[in-house]
Design a binder for this molecule. Sequence first.
Ligand code: ADP
Ligand code: MG
Length: 366
Amino acid sequence: MARTILVRLNLDIKEKPIGAALRFNAAVDELRKISKPNNKVVILSHRGRPQGVEKKLSLRPFAPLLSKALRKKVVFLDNADLNKARKAIEAAPNGSVFLLENLRFLKGETENDPKLGRALASLGTEFISDDFATSHRADSSLSAITAFLPSQPGNLLREEVKNLSMAMGDTKKPFVLVVGGAKAKDKVGVISNLLKKADLVLVGGAAANTFLKADGVDVRDSLYEPEMVETAKKLMRSGKIETPEDFLWDGSKILDIGPKTAKTYAAYLRGARLIVWNGPMGMFERKKFSAGTAAVARAVLRNGRAKSVIGGGETVAALGLRKQVQNPKTNIFVSTGGGAMLEFLAGERMAGLEAVFKDGKKKRKK
Ligand code: ADP
Ligand code: MG
């Protein structure tokens, strides 16, 4: 078989506005690097959480969008019959690029079924995983497939691991961790894992309410997680956790950090040399409660001396982050991972990474 690269990419995004999508641009970058006149490329990806075949979650709309971005025809391939797909790939001339239908339409994909892994592997001669955002999952197209083909991480995957690993090393001080967003539960793992390395943890958003509650503050009807209050208390004993000193209320609910807190947090961030930020400081979708997040964003973006790593679906949306922030000339790295970034920073083992990084098991084991 002619050299045929199977590449796992993340297209778990909305079609519009496609130009702004961090993940779409990352996928196009990788395709530009690997698609050559003397090889064939088959894109493996998924969208959403379909139960069987759900046409509205088809990857088909991405074929013309990718074609346009690559200035190269991208042929959509159904995946109901993988034998038929393989024949189409084999018959195609070198230089061809294919996009295979949503892998989660297939039974076994999310169960890491080796049979499906083998069937997918039969479509090509080598495998590249560049889907960081799904790397915390053991899916057939990320894990099982690697048993049947020479496999390696793609460029984005390497970049993600390199940048996120910085937070685990201890090169740059002071290291300020900023944690906000909705669910304290998802974020506590990150705080616990990085607490030794971090000099300061600034908490905001609804996540802060859990810490405020632990500190004896009456948060009234604000969103918080009762079952996380004890954990929050323990973490606060480190003396490194900074909670908001003032808030913006909507009736009996805290929906943003207050102006004093925004100032204090911005000052800490100006002095930082390593910043890791996940989670908005407030309900930024409502303009009235967006100032805290905007203040933190400004402080991070203006700190030219710090290395900054930012991630989280809503956090990135709040920043209005576009391609220019991923510019290698700036010292800001924007992660494409949501849950994957949180698991990585929490020091958890990630099946999709272990599968393609040979020494991954040793490295990521705690
Ligand atoms: P990310 O996607 O960046 O990881 P999360 O998903 O954890 O962030 O949380 C983002 C959501 O948290 C936003 O939609 C925002 O409206 C909400 N949020 C932030 N602060 C509050 C608050 N004080 N009360 C309720 N919701 C909040
Ligand atoms: Mg989110």
